[in-house]
Design a protein around this ligand. Structure first.
Ligand SMILES: Cc1ncc(COP(=O)(O)O)c(C=O)c1O
Length: 426
């Protein structure tokens, strides 16, 4: 358990959340570091138990920081980056460049050049014209120093998730279609290019998927196509998207049984088409960090519109919690200290930013006697919260701390007021 109540106080690994909030200020994102490492180990274990060549490439967009990347390195993870900024962060943290994979649907020439010069030799091609671009920017490399590439394809499988996080369908800004010939054209072009080596296939079906079925269907579709086109691959990257429990209603992707099913189906498919097992890759993001994190806020203004609604405002909002305003994502909001009589009322928890849509959660059952100065915690905010944070309303980005059995450490300091204007020309 990441968090639990002890004597009415919310705790994480023996630390009172209220004490951490007082020490580091709010809004504060608190991660259970041990929980993250145990999930990384779980991924390693399941692939090891199937005795297949594999790598687990963490999608750094979920949450990236120097200390996070250092943990990933210790845990023998690889890394997926989608921008020069994510790459820079990884390199500054000392992450091995040979374990970094460059993604993105519009890698700029600057980014490609920067990555090649930094030593990145693994790109995921997302569009036909990227092939010529990367080949051109790699022109100074020696004959033996080639850029390994996967192509990102859309395997056209149905996924049951929000439109904004569904990505593997035909009509998408990401990837190349199998049916209209784009994927095959891309492979032909790569094979004719001077500096690129075709290694295999990548797909990412979407996020917050709770069962193995879409991954199994993708394997069937992809290998049917590979057989039809007579294409050999050395690498199969099945993407990320393994679902987490934001609320009690969500179903977490079962890592062990889910990958047992996926890998068993994969082995059967490979056997049927007489292929060797390729190097397998997955790219989990949220499943490693989301449930390990929570955000603590201090309660400010409380408005009771009698007979209609109760609004509780917190000292952050859509600047550090955009997924609810953006696509209606639901979270659990809980008190950091339980009230003595346990009586609860339906409460709208809202941020302090100047948008009516700046809502953290509606109709949350919270203590009736919640008052200014109390703390509230929003659970499962470890992925796509800090990384999606903005300075709207000149809000400062929150501080981030890691808690583990061996102690508490600050990993990102709260953005300071001078930092808000450090790039402004005076
Ligand atoms: C290509 C790719 N890989 C991996 C991920 C990580 O997804 P998740 O955080 O849902 O595991 C994403 C998320 O957008 C992605 O686009």
């Amino acid at each position: 358990m990441t968090t639990e109540y002890e004597n009415g106080q919310l705790m994480m690994r023996g630390h009172k959340i209220a004490d951490l909030a007082k020490e580091y200020g709010t809004p504060l994102i608190i991660y259970d570091e041990d929980k993250m490492t145990s999930i990384m180990n779980q991924y390693h274990q399941i692939f090891k138990s199937h005795q297949v060549p594999y790598s687990i490439s963490y999608a750094s967009k979920a949450f990236s920081s120097i200390q996070m990347i250092k943990i990933l390195k210790r845990q023998e993870m690889e890394l997926d980056v989608v921008s020069v900024g994510e790459l820079y962060t990884a390199l500054e943290a000392g992450f091995p460049v040979e374990d970094i994979h460059f993604h993105g649907n519009n890698k700029t020439p600057f980014e490609i050049d920067y990555a090649i010069k930094a030593g990145v030799r693994f790109f995921i091609i997302d569009a036909i014209d990227e092939i010529g671009l990367i080949n051109e920017l790699a022109k100074d490399l020696s004959e033996t120093d080639r850029i390994n590439v996967l192509i990102r394809i859309n395997p056209s499988v149905e996924v049951n998730t929000h439109e904004y996080i569904s990505t593997g369908q035909e009509d998408s800004k990401f990837g190349l279609s199998l049916s209209n010939g784009a994927a095959k054209t891309a492979i032909d072009l790569i094979q004719q290019s001077e500096h690129l080596s075709f290694k295999g296939i990548h797909y990412h079906l979407g996020s917050q998927l709770s069962e193995s079925r879409p991954f199994i269907n993708a394997i069937t579709n992809v290998f049917t196509w590979l057989d039809e086109e007579d294409i050999n691959i050395e690498v199969l990257n099945m993407g990320g998207g393994y679902g987490v429990k934001y609320t009690q209603d969500d179903v977490r992707f079962p890592i062990e049984s889910g990958f047992d099913e996926i890998l068993t189906h994969l082995k059967e498919t490979l056997e049927a088409s007489n292929r060797p097992v390729p190097h397998l890759m997955i790219e989990p993001g949220r499943s490693i960090t989301a449930e390990a994190g929570l955000t603590v806020y201090e309660v400010g203004t409380i408005k009771n519109i009698h007979g209609i609604s109760k609004y509780v405002s917190i000292d952050g909002g859509m600047s550090d919690h955009i997924r609810t305003p953006l696509y209606g994502a639901e979270y659990e909001v809980i008190p950091v200290k339980l009230s003595d009589d346990n009586a609860q009322v339906s409460t709208h928890v809202v941020g302090k930013l100047c948008e009516s849509g700046d809502v953290i959660g509606k109709h949350k059952m919270l203590p009736h006697d919640l008052k200014r100065g109390d703390f509230l915690a929003v659970k499962s905010t470890g992925a796509y919260h800090y990384s999606m944070a903005s300075n709207y309303n000149q809000m400062q980005k929150p501080a981030v701390i890691f808690v583990s059995d061996s102690g508490v450490r600050e990993v990102i300091r709260r953005q300071s007021l001078p930092q808000l204007i450090e790039n402004d020309v005076r």
